[in-house]
Ligand binder design. Structure first.
Ligand code: ARG
Length: 592
């Protein structure tokens, strides 16, 4: 395991050193190196530094250039414009750096020196309720964040904060008590998908029936309310029935997560009920410290800048006046648990942007209580709404929530058709067609979600998602499979780096982009921005396409060794693509 400094960081260091000797007071300043169209890199920082030191920018830039030897690393460096530097690196440096990356399992990507422990709250559906596209987003974005952070060396604890508590359970449990076979499975032990669907359809039916009874039958309503009290008191029979709802829901959740090719572990599912034992103490701590105050019997936290339409402050209610605890008390208790017991240095919540006010108030409360501070931060990785083709929130034509399972099935169906079209040419068996159809279909759904920045709304458009052209997962999967086929055709020839050979422009462009992988990962991790990984991979595939058009890989003219680096570049591109896609939770079939 060897982390490889990128060319950008090596060049940046050279320029910084030269800058420090040219202008000692600028020692340690960042020359602000960026990729550039005109040369490989441009250093933009000198202008501002010169101005600050009241020096002539062009003169300073010239002195810096004189202090930088050209050779192994930098082939050419010149002053441009009012005081920028244009820098071209040596071909040799590109290939040697990439060779060092290729020799490493981690592709030379450094571990974060200041890694900590992140607790990430994602994939949190609700018990006895159908999952919807919002839960899909949380799951997909959260899973990608987990992988990206772990790849940088962060310790990651997953928490699936499922909605498994609340007064609605009174009605559900009471109904089940009176209709004890409502959750039984009729079809015996079918496959996981079938059991999942049956569990959900039972839960759905029971939910509707108990709601109808609750609304029409006063006596049932009374019994249901008494049941809530039993549940909160932990009465064993009531708790056992509650557990059945949780267990049945989990059968359904896991079937969906499995369809999503997503690994969710039972010990990480710690729902709202998991914090019940802490609620009283949380309230006590908040009240005693004065962070929360009683107002009309309820325990409330007030904020300067949170007001309702009437201009009166809207408090965060930690305990209702009837003594009940809600969503906020649970989230505050979860923060205490995650910080104190799990040792978190960062908390990430992958939750719909429509809950942003809740989290703003919860985080601020936790800061006032001292549970969050400069060493322990909490952030909401807020995501936007999934829209239909019409630009309105995604619903069926009848205005109902779209069932996630149907959506995923349709994606896989369409993808399978796309895969089948090329199957003969590629030589895929029927089993491979089915498997690739899943990888492409599920990949398409995930990529569509991950390729726009989370905060933005996006349109759920299956036609676009499985399109072979444009910024789609299948485009990336094809790029990967194509490289694999090239490597297979190369037979015995191994992808070996030849730093002594000159590079064609398309080779250089591809090589320089490959070299940026480590920095990209660090950036995506720090900014919680999986879409940056998607954008990087898309650009990588595009650069590969250009490279492949311009530079024959397998059959160069006889005796023309210039092809040697090409096989090496192709191989490293494939490995980088596969790694990046796996961080996004997307498979890369070898043949497509
Ligand atoms: N179950 C909630 C929902 O479906 C999301 C939970 C988010 N996490 C949290 N700690 N509040 O909207």
């Amino acid at each position: 395991m060897a982390s490889v400094p990128s060319l950008a960081s090596s060049v940046n260091q050279r320029v910084a050193d030269a800058l420090a000797s040219a202008l000692p007071e600028a020692g340690g300043a960042d020359p602000l190196l960026r990729r550039s169209d005109r040369a490989d890199f441009q250093a933009n920082g000198i202008l501002a530094l010169a101005k600050k030191a009241k020096a002539n920018p062009r003169e300073l830039a010239t002195t810096v250039v004189e202090g930088i030897p050209t050779g192994e690393l930098i082939q050419e460096i010149e002053v441009s414009g009012p005081g920028f530097l244009n820098i071209t690196v040596a071909d040799r440096a590109i290939i040697s750096t990439l060779a060092a990356r290729a020799a490493d399992d981690r592709l030379g990507v450094p571990l974060n020196a200041s890694a900590g422990t992140t607790v990430i709250d994602y994939a949190q559906p609700n018990v006895a309720k159908e999952m919807h596209v919002g839960h899909l987003r949380s799951a997909v974005i959260g899973a990608a964040m987990v992988e990206i952070l772990e790849f940088t060396g962060e310790k990651v604890v997953r928490r699936h904060h499922i909605g498994d508590w609340g007064t609605q359970f009174g009605m559900l449990i009471q109904y089940l008590l009176e209709h004890p076979h409502e959750l039984d499975h009729k079809s015996g032990d079918g496959d996981e998908q079938a059991s999942g669907e049956e569990a959900m359809s039972n839960l759905n039916r029971l939910y509707k029936a108990s709601r109808a009874l609750f609304d029409s039958d006063e006596e049932f309503k009374t019994r249901a309310r008494a049941r809530v009290v039993d549940l909160q008191a932990g009465e064993p029979e009531t708790l056992a029935l509650w557990q059945r709802f949780v267990d049945e829901s989990k059968i359904y959740f896991y079937s969906v997560f499995n369809k999503l090719d997503m690994d969710i572990q039972d010990p990480d599912v710690v729902g709202e009920s998991g914090y019940n034992d802490m609620l009283v103490e949380t309230c006590k701590l908040l009240e005693e410290s004065g962070v929360a105050v009683r107002s009309n019997g309820a325990l409330c936290v007030f904020f300067e800048d949170v007001k309702g339409p009437d201009g009166n402050p809207t408090p965060l209610i930690v305990q209702k006046s009837d003594g009940g605890f809600g969503y906020a008390a649970t989230d505050l208790s979860a923060i205490r648990d995650r910080v104190t017991n799990l040792g978190a240095t960062e908390l990430i919540y992958v939750v719909d942007a429509r809950q942003s006010l809740h989290f703003k108030m919860v985080f601020e409360t936790a800061r006032r209580a001292g549970w969050l501070n400069d060493d322990v931060k909490a952030v909401q990785l807020a995501f936007g709404t999934v829209l239909g083709k019409d630009g309105k929130p995604f619903k069926t034509r009848e205005g109902e929530t779209v069932r996630l399972v149907d959506l995923l099935d349709e994606a896989v169906e369409r993808a399978t058709a796309v895969v089948r079209e090329k199957a003969e040419k590629v030589g895929l068996t029927e089993a491979e067609i089915v498997e690739n159809g899943q990888y492409v279909g599920i990949g398409a759904v995930k990529y569509a979600d991950l390729s726009t920045s989370a905060a933005r709304d996006y349109k759920f458009d299956l036609d676009q998602m499985v399109s072979l052209n444009g910024d789609t997962s299948v485009y990336l999967q094809y790029a990967y499979a194509r490289i694999k086929s090239i490597l297979r055709r190369a037979g015995d020839r191994k992808p070996v780096a030849h730093p002594e050979l000159e590079l064609a422009p398309a080779e250089r462009a591809l090589g320089l982009h490959l070299d940026g992988f480590g920095e990209l990962i660090a950036e995506a991790a720090a900014e919680h921005a999986p879409h940056k990984v998607a954008a990087y991979l898309y650009q990588l595939s595009s650069l590969f396409t250009t490279f492949y058009d311009q530079c024959p890989v397998v059959k160069p003219d006889p005796g023309q060794v210039v092809g040697e680096n090409r096989l090496f570049l192709a191989d490293l591109t494939a490995r980088t693509l596969a790694k990046g896609m796996s961080l996004l939770g997307i498979r890369t079939p070898e043949k497509l």
